[in-house]
Design a binder for this molecule. Sequence first.
Ligand SMILES: Cc1ncc(COP(=O)(O)O)c(C=O)c1O
Length: 357
Amino acid sequence: MLKARNELATLKPYVPGKPIEDVMREFGLTEVIKLASNENPLGCSPVAKEAIIKHLDNLNLYPDGNCTSLKEKIAGIYSVSPSEVSLSSGSDEMCDLLSKTFLDHGDEVIMADITFPRYISTAVMMGAVPVIVPLKDFTFDIKGMADKVTDKTKLIWICNPNNPTGTMVPTSEIIELLDSVSEDVLVVLDEAYREFVTRDDYMMDSENLLSKYPNLVIMRTFSKAYGLAALRVGYILAASSIVTEIDKIRGPFNVNSLAQVAAYAALDDQDFIKKSYDVNKEGKEYIYKEFDAMNVPYAKSETNHIFFGVEKDAFSIFDALQRAGVIVRPMGAKHLRVSIGTMEQNKRFIELIKDML
Ligand SMILES: Cc1ncc(COP(=O)(O)O)c(C=O)c1O
């Protein structure tokens, strides 16, 4: 039998949440609410849709492989040079690109448990060694991570705020970590959920650290608050030397042109982002209140999802919710993650879970 690379032997394919249509078909439902993948329940900005429609006559043309306009736009917003921006097909692809670009066999990669699963799979894929630091109180233990740095450490993944627990670490801790590691260690701050953060000790302007820390990579996405998950567009802000290395292995047209024009337009509609923030905050507060009343333990979230504990088996609750038309995500035997939906969707979720618990 044809044998894949040895590093793949222990890897399993990523299993995403079931699409709405599959759940409808499987359980004979006419209405299904998906609160499983941290998507934006408001959709995306209408200006992004208009930009896509305008571009539909150009589908015969390859996209701009450099994403020049979008790069310049992002660079302008965050006051960096376009050479310090690299676009990818979702930040998922960027996890891949960073690992392929920087990880040698045997390098150590520090990450938390639990966190975004692509960090570990891309490390293993490269034959690197994952060094796992458990969360403390559902929150990144930055000091514990710094203590794990050795002369083999090549990469540290900080998901801030974290998926799936929704917790965040303050600016001061990130700076302490950056000060404590050598410039040979890449520190990636995954800020996929930054637009939902409510706390004011969050580093909203982490790009200002780039000039001081050339080993810092800031990773962001248009999939969450911008509501463009289907189009697959994410990016990093990082030293141009890092971008140049990634360019050597990146697919030449990795971000399609509809994604480029939609992301460009979406950046101009900050009213949509504000509305998404407000709806999310209101939804979180509603669910907290209901969880408190039911004595359901949960982690206070700075994202668009809530990680909560259950006494019964989490997989049975996930299954029962799914059969009733609400898809959430089980997270091991005793926890689940629910994405914040519209108020109507949140109410439906609460109504069902109240009965089940
Ligand atoms: C923390 C985190 N990073 C990155 C991603 C990947 O997002 P995308 O590839 O859609 O940009 C996700 C998606 O859920 C995420 O939760």
